[in-house]
Design a binder for this molecule. Structure first.
Ligand SMILES: NC(=O)c1ccc[n+]([C@@H]2O[C@H](COP(=O)([O-])OP(=O)(O)OC[C@H]3O[C@@H](n4cnc5c(N)ncnc54)[C@H](OP(=O)(O)O)[C@@H]3O)[C@@H](O)[C@H]2O)c1
Length: 303
């Protein structure tokens, strides 16, 4: 596999400091959603394997872990605590609020002031923390993605919890540019976490605007999520570079913009190692242009 000297010297994609904070992370992080049971519900089949993935990530230098207390529910946070508590200095755990999981395993919005406050306390208890580094308000939107509508009430609740010292910094998830601007009029926003990858580039303009402001953009489903990315172009590029398609997809995101932080999810140590190694991959301008065609082709097919 060809390596990029600039990124290669900067382990795990180099570092990023969340704006207005003392929180600096490697750009290659880890998303913990895959550690719960099937359908992100209940205990995993092999809890020890889940613990091993987290320990491997941290020992490889990952210091940015994304989670939610509604993964499981509670299960993912409890596994993070079991694997990593007492947490190493510099580890940034980012969680999100806005949903609950009833006994049927469905995902339901939970965004009243009472729900959000209870969610913060659930996260604190299950992670074993006195304060949460970053909390994203996750707007539930529609099943197709973001949906316009005021999020002022929810962001105000988070700002109050920040004043109380239970939350250090605030982010947003599944939001539109209008909602980001609305939230920024209420409090400082340090990151935005939306659905984005090689084939789904609806947030291109938002990413550039957040980069201008120094705000992190953290794509969820960087590998396609429940429908893993599949593309003959991606496979051809990967074959040519002696890499795996998923590695190329992650490397493309690292090249896309310096404010992009990655949280690929996996329940497998082997996949974790592959994903972390993607930070060493160089993509030439020609290769990047070739990969840019994937989204254009996807949009053409949808029409
Ligand atoms: N804010 C939100 O609304 C939201 C929504 C979804 C997710 N998230 C966050 O974003 C993180 C990432 O999203 P995600 O985990 O859903 O999707 P993802 O990272 O796009 O993809 C995860 C899927 O890819 C597989 N995979 C991972 N590495 C692989 C590799 N090297 N080769 C082949 N397959 C690989 C995983 O299976 P294996 O387990 O077999 O590796 C899993 O099925 C989550 O963990 C979560 O923290 C946030």
């Amino acid at each position: 596999m060809k390596t990029n000297n600039t990124l290669g010297e900067a382990t795990l994609g180099g570092q990023f400091t969340f704006p207005g904070t003392s929180l600096t992370v490697q750009r290659m992080g880890y998303g913990a959603m895959q550690l719960a049971g099937p359908g992100v519900f209940g205990r995993p089949k092999d809890p020890e394997a889940a613990v091993a993935v987290l320990r491997e990530a941290v020992s490889a230098g990952v210091n940015h872990i994304d989670t939610a207390d509604f993964y499981g529910p509670h299960v993912t946070n409890q596994i993070i605590r079991q694997a990593l508590h007492p947490y190493p200095a510099g580890l940034v755990i980012v969680t999100k609020l806005g949903a609950i999981r009833p006994a049927d395993g469905s995902w339901q919005p939970a965004s009243s002031p009472r729900d959000l406050t209870a969610g913060v306390h659930d996260n604190l208890r299950n992670l074993g923390l006195d304060a949460l580094d970053i909390v994203n308000y996750r707007a539930m939107g529609s099943i197709h993605g973001t949906k316009e509508g005021s999020i002022a009430e929810q962001v105000t609740v988070l700002a109050n919890l920040k004043r109380q010292g239970l939350i250090r910094h605030i982010g947003l998830s599944n939001v539109t540019p209008t909602q980001v601007a609305e939230a920024q009029a209420i409090t400082d926003i340090v990151c935005v976490q939306n659905n984005y990858n090689l084939a789904n580039r609806g947030d291109d303009a938002l990413i550039d605007e957040l980069a201008r402001q120094g705000i992190a953009y953290v794509p969820f489903f960087p590998l396609g999520g429940f429908t893993p990315l599949q593309s003959s172009t991606l496979t051809a590029v990967a074959d040519r570079l002696g890499a795996k398609p998923m590695q190329v997809a992650l490397a493309w995101l690292l090249h896309r913009s310096p404010n992009i932080l990655l949280i690929p999810g996996t329940s497998s140590v082997a996949h974790l190692r592959e994903n972390l190694a993607a930070a060493e991959l160089t993509l030439s301008p020609e290769t990047l242009a070739e990969l840019d065609e994937i989204a254009a082709a996807t949009v053409a097919v949808k029409h």
